[in-house]
Design a protein around this ligand. Structure first.
Ligand code: SF4
Length: 685
């Protein structure tokens, strides 16, 4: 059987953006996918989900024809009939035009997210949006809260190269579970442990697989990490671990911070976090005496109303100890801002009208059901064109989302690889290529490579790429922009050159360009990203686009949903190992490994409720309730409940999933979905 190995890049919504080596069989199928050994962040390792990508790529349920719905919404494939591509695109264009004629162009909402992280196939929808003056989209659902918190202190959207984890003596994984969600972090942790005897600390509300692998696990209550960080800094100042010389040179107000922290001692934090004073002090001393300490912050922060403030507090730690100045020291949230790419051609920024309305993607439920806080004086959304996301499952307040999609007066087109629960609500469904079937290029959150990837396989029958569909609609709608007439490779080439980077012909043959800055810049020794070159202990939240309801200094702010006697539990809807949002929740091996929707509940809490291990539990709040099976688990505080996912709605007994319970309230200071910030009650089901 002829087999060749073809390079590619993982497109999924994961910081690692792994460089891949794909086994291609007879030119039209794939076997296993491996990590590229010579790309030094991937270092030969990929997660099991993508290693088994053949399951997804050649899944019998791949969409392979454009479809028009003739039956009820939500039923699935049997409610649709095949149509030609021309008929489907004509109808979509006609419906978008009709919506714009009736209510104005802002009645159309092109809606997307990160089902692919490829810049051509993900962001081209914005070119269509801007050319047509359709409603804009505020991309809040994942990293808004953590990104805002990071920039508040550091002032730039980059951190220390993730490969330096291997050079650290202490790695703190804070608010993430890389064993399940970003395996490459563990590759470099393992190197540091073997080579240097490095210690691993994990801060997470429950004993994840990463916490099990750690030397120390701290499990604060959800939404209290800022209090922990403040108490650690209190100890660092008090016990002489603070690098005052470094702070004098590189920070805005170390004296003000020290005075502010005087009352934020371990006893104060213990009362808020539920941790022992002793473990807070032990952690602070370990961090304080280890110069090469690397904090890898995860996306857990980005799921809480106070997430920005909490993450900001954590970024202050390496500034207090001066860890930023050492190889293997500092912190990383994301490196997506490292490469200053010119997005004009990709996104049509030259035709963007800044007066057009911006709608918060996390609030799609309230928006589709007519919430005037979102719509303002503008028209209701009456047409959606969706690529790369599955809001019927992943967006908060699923009840409202479902109600919105059920509207008779809403036209929906979904361009997808599978009949997702969002696609099942659409009027027109278009079959989409996977990353193995189109060209694209990628930045990364975790590393410093810019990577280019060409199609490995011909498209699955009748599937078209996002770029082809956007360009096909543009032609029909009369949208004008030179980007629609270019191929993906031409878009990549022109974007690279406009950004001062080598074009496609000059790009490294292996497909990855390391954009790692020199040590001085990477470690902010030439100054942090703010105009004064300092790390800011005093955050200016207003300058970050938010209203100023957060304090300037790092602190704990109890704006979270802390519950009441009726809702005494804190629910965290955490990611599972086998699913990535909803991208892999239909592959047989992933479903087999994850089992069924399950709540991890402390054994004492379970006993108090009279529920047996493995019994059914109803979880609820003012938004509704869902039934799952309970598993007794002692790796969390008694009031914390974990449901990993994201499982499809149909996997739940009553046909609606965990996001029925999560709130669409925007996190502070300028939005963000708050998936881990939910108080609930539990009862036997
Ligand atoms: S670890 Fe992340 S980037 Fe790497 S293959 Fe898995 S999903 Fe893709």
């Amino acid at each position: 059987m002829p087999l060749d190995i073809v390079p590619s890049v993982c497109p999924h919504d994961c910081p690692s953006a792994c460089a891949l080596e794909v086994e291609r069989i007879e030119g039209n199928r794939i076997g296993r996918i491996h990590g590229a050994a010579t790309q030094t962040y991937t270092a030969g390792i990929v997660c099991a989900k993508v290693a088994r990508y053949a399951e997804r790529q050649h899944h019998p349920d791949r969409l392979s024809q454009p479809l028009r719905r003739i039956g009820e919404k939500g039923v699935g494939r049997s409610a649709f009939v095949p149509v030609s591509w021309d008929a489907a695109l004509d109808e979509v264009a006609e419906q978008l035009t009709r919506a714009a004629q009736r209510h104005g162009s802002e009645a159309v909402w092109p809606y997307y997210y990160s089902g692919t992280m490829g810049l051509v196939q993900r962001d081209g929808i914005n070119r269509l949006r801007h050319a047509m003056r359709y409603s804009r989209e505020d991309l809040t659902i994942c990293s808004m809260l953590s990104g805002t918190g990071w920039v508040a202190g550091v002032g730039a959207r980059r951190g220390v190269d993730g490969r330096e984890i291997a050079k650290a003596d202490l790695i703190v994984v804070w608010g993430g579970n890389p064993v399940s969600t970003q395996v490459n972090v563990m590759t470099h942790v393992t190197t540091a442990r073997r080579a240097r005897g490095a210690k691993l600390v994990v801060v997470d509300p429950y004993r994840t697989a990463s916490a099990e692998a750690a030397d120390l696990h701290l499990a604060p209550l959800p939404g209290t990490d800022g209090a922990l960080a403040c108490a650690v800094m209190h100890v660092l100042f008090k016990e002489g671990y603070a690098d005052r010389e470094y702070m004098t040179r590189y920070a805005d107000d170390p004296e003000g911070l020290e005075a502010h922290l005087a009352t934020r001692d371990p006893a104060w934090a213990a009362a808020i976090t539920g941790l022992d004073e002793g473990e807070i002090v032990d952690f602070a001393r370990l961090y304080g005496r280890t110069k090469r300490s690397y904090i890898r912050v995860g996306y857990g922060f980005s799921r809480s109303r106070n997430g920005s403030l909490q993450l900001f507090a954590v970024t202050c730690l390496p500034t207090v100890t001066g860890a930023w100045q050492y190889e293997g020291g500092g912190a990383l949230q994301s490196n997506h801002g490292l490469v200053p790419l010119d997005h004009t051609l990709l996104e049509g920024l030259d035709v963007l009208d800044p007066a057009t309305r911006i709608l918060d993607q996390s609030r799609i439920g309230p928006i589709l059901t007519g919430d005037r806080r979102d719509l303002g004086d503008g028209p209701p959304v009456s047409a959606l064109f969706i690529q790369n996301t599955n809001p019927m499952v992943v967006a908060p307040e699923s009840g409202l989302v479902r109600q919105g999609f059920a509207r008779d007066d809403l036209f929906v087109c979904v361009h997808e690889q599978f009949m997702t629960e969002t696609a099942a609500m659409a009027d027109i469904v278009l079959p989409a290529t996977t990353f193995l079937e189109h060209d694209d290029f990628y930045t990364a959150g975790a590393h410093t490579y810019l990577q280019l990837s060409r199609a490995v396989l011909p498209p699955h029958p009748e599937c078209r790429s996002n770029h082809e569909v956007v360009s096909g609609l543009a032609r029909r709608l009369g949208a004008r922009h030179p980007g629609f007439a270019l191929s993906p490779i031409e878009l990549i080439d022109r974007t690279l050159r406009a950004s001062g980077l080598p074009g496609v012909e000059d790009f490294p043959a292996d497909g990855w360009l390391d954009c790692c800055p020199p040590f001085e810049i990477g470690h902010f020794l030439d100054g942090f990203g703010h105009a004064d070159g300092k790390f800011h202990f005093r955050a200016d939240w207003t300058a970050l686009g938010g209203h100023n309801r957060l304090p300037a200094f790092p602190d704990h702010v109890a704006v979270t949903d802390d519950g009441d006697p009726e809702r005494p539990f804190r629910l965290v809807a955490a990611p599972s190992r086998s699913f990535l949002n909803t991208s892999f929740n239909n592959t047989p091996s992933g479903i087999a490994r994850e089992g069924r929707p399950t709540a991890l509940v402390h054994p004492a809490a379970l006993a108090g409720l009279g529920i047996a291990d493995g019994g059914r539990v109803r979880i609820g709040n003012r938004l509704g309730s869902v039934v799952v099976h309970a598993r007794a688990f002692d790796g969390l505080q008694r009031k914390v409940v974990i449901v990993e996912g994201v499982w499809p709605n149909h996997a739940f007994e009553e046909g609606i999933g965990i996001n029925l319970l999560t709130s669409a309230d925007p996190g502070l200071p300028r939005g963000g979905a708050v998936f881990h910030d939910t108080s609930v009650w539990l009862s036997p089901a």
